[in-house]
Write a protein that binds this ligand. Structure first.
Ligand code: UDP
Length: 313
């Protein structure tokens, strides 16, 4: 039986990966310090014979007994609100945490998969973003703690690949939504769903002309799994290219929740990227992957899940 370590395994993406990999017949070791992850996300797996949980901060030495075939490094605060609340931890987990996880991959001879991000492209000057674009990041802005940590993590993974022959994969994840997101993580999807379902004003930052491209979580996880099994060591974008403005997105959520919420315009956060859309040609060619769930279908499922699991009236 193949054994996998998932750091950040109690987070939004980590816990969705735990579910998929258990269903595929792997033994899953989930590691999380629970600063932004939640035990609720993995509660249903506790006691499963192919699952174990270790509460640990991966910026410290990682000890795992037995063989490991894969290490999926997903530990990090990932929403702008979270990484601004935990700026030092964000930098530490991307640097020291990635170093520890790579050291473990080296001794275990495990494949190492890094959860990287579209944030490595910063406020992009190229559109849509292809993997060969080097990005436009402000290192000292409030988002720099996340963007630079992930850029450093990519560089470190590549150094371990070149100098220690560690087999690596790098996924650059674009905006994703779905079950297991925290209602209060500050990202646009939970915010708008909560606001529309409770009749509160929808907070649009800036004038709402900035764009994002949203991917449903099952598609994203499927893409990551295909990348994990591939031989590609260079970064691969995974996301849904269906781009829209935040204002259009607010209107869509309002329609789907049949809400009467008003729109409230708030100041645009510093360095908020103006545009973002993945070019997924590489994933499509290499992994035969493309998203299958439409934005509307994904949002309907997510709204249902939030109503049921986050107890919104
Ligand atoms: N946003 C917004 N209202 C909110 C939360 C976010 O208008 O209540 C905007 C935010 O400024 C950004 C976009 O929605 O332009 C996506 O934000 P999110 O925090 O989800 O992630 P990002 O893509 O910026 O990392």
């Amino acid at each position: 039986m193949k054994r996998i370590l998932i750091t950040g395994g109690a987070g939004f993406l980590g816990s969705n990966l735990c579910d998929l990999l258990i269903a595929k017949g792997y033994y899953v070791i989930c590691m999380d310090n629970l600063i932004t992850g939640s035990p609720d996300n993995i509660a249903h797996l506790i006691g499963h014979k192919n699952f174990s949980f270790i509460q640990h901060d991966v910026t410290n030495y990682i000890y795992v007994e037995g063989k490991l075939d894969y290490i999926l490094h997903f530990a990090s605060p990932a929403s702008p609100i979270d990484y601004m609340e935990f700026p030092i931890q964000t930098l530490k987990v991307g640097s020291l945490g990635t170093h520890k996880a790579l050291g473990l991959a080296k001794i275990k001879k495990a494949v190492f998969l890094l959860a990287s991000t579209s944030e490595v492209y910063g406020d992009p000057l190229i559109h849509p973003q292809k993997e060969n674009y080097w990005g436009n990041v402000n290192p000292i802005g409030p988002r720099g703690v996340y963007d630079e940590a992930k850029r450093f993590a990519e560089a470190l993974a590549f150094a371990y690949h070149r100098y220690h022959d560690v087999d690596i994969r790098i996924v650059r994840i674009f905006n994703t939504f779905g079950p297991h997101m925290r209602l209060n993580d500050g990202r646009v999807v939970p915010n708008f769903i909560y606001q529309t379902l409770t009749g509160k004003p929808i907070t649009i930052f800036g004038d709402g002309t900035q764009t994002r491209s949203f991917c449903y979580v099952s598609d994203l996880i499927d893409g990551i799994y295909k990348l994990m099994l591939s031989k590609e060591t260079e970064p691969v974008n995974i996301g849904n290219p269906a781009e829209m403005t935040i204002l259009e997105f607010a209107k869509l959520i309002k329609k789907l929740t049949q809400s009467k919420s008003k729109i409230d315009f708030k100041p645009l956060p510093v360095d908020d990227p103006r545009i973002r859309q993945p070019d997924i040609t590489k994933a499509n060619k290499l992994l035969k992957w493309k998203p299958k769930v439409s934005l509307e279908d994904g949002l309907i499922k997510t709204i249902q899940w939030f109503k049921k699991n986050r107890k919104i009236k």
